[in-house]
Design a protein around this ligand. Sequence first.
Ligand SMILES: Nc1ncnc2c1ncn2[C@@H]1O[C@H](COP(=O)(O)OP(=O)(O)OP(=O)(O)O)[C@@H](O)[C@H]1O
Ligand SMILES: [Mg+2]
Length: 491
Amino acid sequence: VFPPELRFASVKLFYRIFHCFSSYCYFDITEIDGVNTNELYNAVQLYLSSSVSITGNRLSLTRAVNSSGFTFGLANNDSIVDTFNGVNVLWEHVVTQRQAQTFSWRPLPDEKRGFTLRIKKKDKSFILNSYLDYIMERASDIRRNNQDRLLYTNSRGGSLDSRGHPWESVPFKHPSTFDTLAMDPHKKKEIMEDLLDFANGQSFYHKTGRAWKRGYLLYGPPGTGKSSMIAAMANFLGYDIYDLELTEVHNNSELRKLLMKTSSKSIIVIEDIDCSINLTGRKNNNGSVSVSASRSYYDSEIRAGGGCGEEGGNNITLSGLLNFTDGLWSCCGSERIFVFTTNHIEKLDPALLRSGRMDMHIFMSYCSFPALKILLKNYLGCEACELEESILKQLEEVVDVARMTPADISEVLIKNRRKKEKAVEELLETLKLRAEMNEKSGVLRGKNVVEEEEEEEEQEKRALDSESPKQESEIEDNCKEEEEEEEEKIK
Ligand SMILES: Nc1ncnc2c1ncn2[C@@H]1O[C@H](COP(=O)(O)OP(=O)(O)OP(=O)(O)O)[C@@H](O)[C@H]1O
Ligand SMILES: [Mg+2]
């Protein structure tokens, strides 16, 4: 009887009047917002899964890819009351059939899903300000607890995936933990406490006006557990790992984009920082110019200066990298840990080692006796007290002089892991042999191992505190010399 326009107008009027008298307001959170996935929808779903699992009679159950846990959900068109700081709200899960699709860039699901949040009008500002933030936070906690860690890599070079992400991820299942990590227990405890302080330190970082991030530099010979330590850190804190391949990054702005696409609660790793990019090598130890290093330094200068960056060329500069870890951009997320590893700390540019850059420098050294005990326990399942007193004593005497890495030792142990006695025997033999060799070579060069170690430490220290402006200008001078020399060679 009524024309459709009039019918529509009267329905609208009816709703207006109804809303004026109603003390509630409603918010729709749809699964797909235009063409984008609505992050809030997923967050609400996860958040409700934790409370719904206790109260609901009919629930939906899902298990995501890469996930080791199940997620409960509100069944279709079901509702639940949630309480936040004494305020009650009602959540309803609304599922309707989508109308036949017209043209769309992306195929949309047949069902249109969404949550409707009903709150009292008087609670509106309170709820909108803090409740939704709280939900996002809780959801990401739940996601992290349910899901296996992820390991991201930028090995694709600068190309993006279909969702515009520069990182590729795989489930991260490295079994290394602080329990299995063989190193001095005091040092280990110190690192674990430092990590915990960091993870629980939101208010501290906020109060002191510092960005919520921390840097660790792991250095030491190959096979001493630097990579294992990173895995242990990730497993300990439940963080994802971003393994940054610097050689795949072409310039500073690409580096910044990569950083912007990392999430909070993650460890950003640059392994072998001395090799992956020519930030160093401007000067080698004794001050003379190292040709291979200076050539690539020179080359990269030309590329940067001439603006003719070839495909695959690498134009990252030290200042770009420092901006990445230190500058304003480094704060575009929070709760992030940067870890750099190197086998040659003395090759690093002093600018990277300056205080405040890397908060903690951790030396991963050759296997010590306390570390050896951990390895024996891990590989043979035997506590030190189960071994003969005399054997233990011999092991203790010889292990430091042998200077074997935990990787070397675990190889010996793994070979005989079924026969404990034989494993320990062989280990002792190998250690003795190595110790003897070290002592001999030390004698031949007129030094003993301890002296050598001291020298090594001194070198490290030199690298650590070479910060004075004089030294910096020295480096610059050297660079110029280097360039001149190169130019001559090229001519
Ligand atoms: N401290 C350690 N505790 C337990 N296992 C270790 C330790 N160090 C090395 N290993 C064993 O040796 C293997 C190699 O160690 P890892 O890759 O961590 O060494 P790295 O210091 O990162 O070496 P590189 O400098 O060559 O990268 C690991 O798979 C691990 O099993
Ligand atoms: Mg490694």
